[in-house]
Design a protein around this ligand. Structure first.
Ligand code: FAD
Length: 419
């Protein structure tokens, strides 16, 4: 890597010379006329793809084209939860691959992503729900993933603030994945950007892709707000804008875009040291290192490309929080924001070729794509570099909606806003 190495030694050296020697974390290059690979979208997935193309496959003549700024999309808007507690065989190996990459990410990127394996506990409130979580935990164990079913007595010391005897939603236990946790979302984008740039990848910000040039069924580059950029291969990783960008290549995707909101409270003293999800409504919570309670819930139930949400969902999320832990009613809400989710028809992602030769698609992350970032980049890079799907992402095919090989983790059918 050609970029400056971050280390205790470099911090000490810079502190002695007034911090005058730090270099920008990545360059601001002008776009070249053409590249071997152009990645559209400088979110977590696009940047991770560029990093692994360079590091794993030695493909360094790569540009990441971002219409805004690095970290301005969902990668900098999510609630930072990483986990691999999935049920279905199509999903568990992929998310566990991501989890393993998370565990070594900071060393790989030489960047502090504030990875914190504080665990996640999914609460259950009925006997039927306990059975469902036991099944999920067993499926995880069969794939070699850690999981543990906790009863109420085991939960009480970990989450003493829960309303265990709530008359409507009594807490009966929880499924824990101890290796899950949180990572600082925008540091992940910056870390990948810096590492990719250090291997020669051009990160082009403020450059919008406005069309694809396709000749004889094969992509030959992208039309952008800064002119045409040629490419032998193009990977699209634009999350909430997937349908709009794919339409520029004449593709209609099995994806709807919805808004998801997140919330952070004022900073408070240490309150909760794990991630916790409510099982009788859509509410989940963790605490940031600054002390803010970070929480979220359901998507706003209508299609939108606006990065902001509406009041009924705020009310719904706060009701969930109050039902689970009434004490948080005394905390002041500091900020809330929204991001656009690329909701697929079965709730699982797509990492595949498209009918246009040389054009690859990475999409359909719904509201779970942050935890997938390292594996998504790893597998997308593998597909682009070798032309073959990576084994852990082989099920994420674009044609599965036509062939019926769906990966419907929640079992709610083709109803994207329910996944
Ligand atoms: C409120 C909220 C909470 C969430 N919580 C979690 C969570 O706790 N755990 C979890 O796993 N996931 C979570 N997610 C989901 C996760 O953030 C996303 O699935 C994931 O970040 C999407 O991938 P990305 O990082 O590549 O997307 P993005 O960061 O959105 O990247 C896509 C990029 O493409 C760019 N782009 C779009 N169109 C163009 C164009 N025409 N030309 C050039 N560039 C373009 C955009 O500007 C954007 O920067 C959450 C999302 C939100 C909004």
């Amino acid at each position: 890597m050609s970029s400056q190495r971050y280390s205790l030694f470099s911090v000490l050296r810079e502190s002695l010379r007034g911090h005058t020697g730090w270099k920008p974390a990545w360059r601001e290059p002008e776009p070249k006329p053409s590249y071997d690979v152009v990645i559209v979208g400088g979110g977590g997935h696009g940047l991770a793809t560029a990093h692994y193309l360079a590091r794993v496959h030695g493909v360094t003549n790569v540009a990441v084209i971002e219409k805004g700024w690095i970290g301005g999309g969902n990668v900098g808007r999510n609630t930072t939860i990483v986990r691999s507690n999935y049920l279905l065989p199509g999903n568990v190996p992929f998310y566990e691959h991501a989890m393993k990459l998370w565990e070594g990410l900071e060393q790989d990127l030489n960047y502090n992503a504030m990875m914190s394996q504080r665990g996640i506990i999914n609460l259950f409130h009925s006997d039927g729900q306990r059975d469902a979580y036991a099944r999920r935990g067993n499926a995880m164990r069969l794939h070699g993933v850690d999981s543990e079913l906790l009863d109420v007595e085991q939960l009480k010391p970990i989450l003493p603030m829960l309303d265990f005897d709530n008359a409507r939603f009594p807490v009966k236990g929880g499924l824990r994945q101890a290796r899950a946790g949180t990572a600082r979302h925008d540091a992940v984008a910056w870390g990948y950007a810096r590492a990719a740039d250090g291997r020669g990848v051009d990160i082009i910000q403020n450059c919008e892709v406005k069309g694809f040039r396709v000749e004889n069924g094969r992509v030959s580059g992208v039309e952008t707000s800064r002119g045409f950029i040629g490419a032998k291969k193009v990977g699209v990783a634009v999350a909430g804008n997937s349908s709009r960008v794919a339409a520029m290549a004449g593709l209609r995707l099995p994806i709807e875009s919805h808004v998801l909101q997140a919330f952070v409270s004022e900073g408070v003293k240490p309150f909760i040291d794990t991630v916790c999800t409510f099982g009788a409504g859509h509410f989940y919570i963790s605490q940031s290192d600054k002390g803010g309670l970070v929480f979220g819930g359901d998507i706003d139930g209508y299609n939108s490309y606006a990065q902001r949400g509406n009041l009924p969902t705020i009310e719904d999320v706060c009701e969930g929080g109050m039902a689970l832990m009434p004490t948080i009613g005394r905390v002041k809400l500091l900020r809330h924001w929204g991001g656009i989710m690329d909701m697929s028809m079965d709730g699982s992602p797509i990492i595949d070729r498209t009918p246009v030769d040389g054009l690859f698609l990475n999409a359909g992350w719904c509201y779970g794509g942050f935890k997938a970032t390292p594996a998504s980049g790893w597998c997308f890079a593998h597909l682009i570099a070798t032309g073959e799907p990576h084994p852990v992402a082989a099920a994420y095919r674009l044609d599965r909606f036509a062939t019926g090989r769906l990966i419907d983790e929640k079992g709610v059918g083709a109803q994207p806003n329910l996944h």
